[in-house]
Design a protein around this ligand. Structure first.
Ligand code: SME
Length: 138
């Protein structure tokens, strides 16, 4: 119906809440498996527009999480050789996979302009967010 938020709107709202409330979350977005292709497709996000709307599995931090099924915390993006730069202001990144029925269907990706900002508390919090997102999607 008209006054029901779509899944896309709900996901964008989550990005907005995270980016506006946590000062070291400077780009917040979702990538999802693109149909049956071995690639990720950009979903709702907040922050600078990125050219990287499609990311092949295995490429960059995001593509690595698509195949590892593990959290990836990067304290210093300059120290990563398999990294896709979206903005020169980015110092650090965290990517947490989203599981629906045990399948890795996408991820939340957060870039920070602060060096080494992410703690285990961020991982636990974002795992919780990803579980809520999984419920939205299933
Ligand atoms: N840095 C990511 C690419 C996505 S942008 O951060 C929005 C990566 O290396 O996969």
């Amino acid at each position: 119906s008209n006054n029901e938020r779509t899944v896309e709107e709900r996901l964008l709202h989550i990005c907005e809440i995270l980016e506006s409330n946590i000062d070291y979350y400077n780009w917040v977005g979702f990538y999802f498996k693109n149909g049956d292709k071995d690639e990720l497709k950009l979903g709702p996000y907040v922050g600078e527009p990125t050219d990287h709307t499609i990311i092949p599995f295995g490429k960059g931090i995001c593509g690595q999480v698509a195949v590892s099924n593990e959290n990836f915390v990067v304290p210093d993006v300059a120290a990563q050789d398999n990294y896709i730069a979206c903005s020169i202001t980015v110092k650090a990144e965290i990517v947490i996979p989203i599981f629906v029925n045990g399948e890795n269907i996408g991820q939340i990706d957060i870039d920070s302009n602060t060096s080494d900002p992410f703690t285990e508390d961020d991982e636990r919090f974002l795992e919780f967010v990803c579980k809520e997102v999984a419920h939205l999607l299933s």
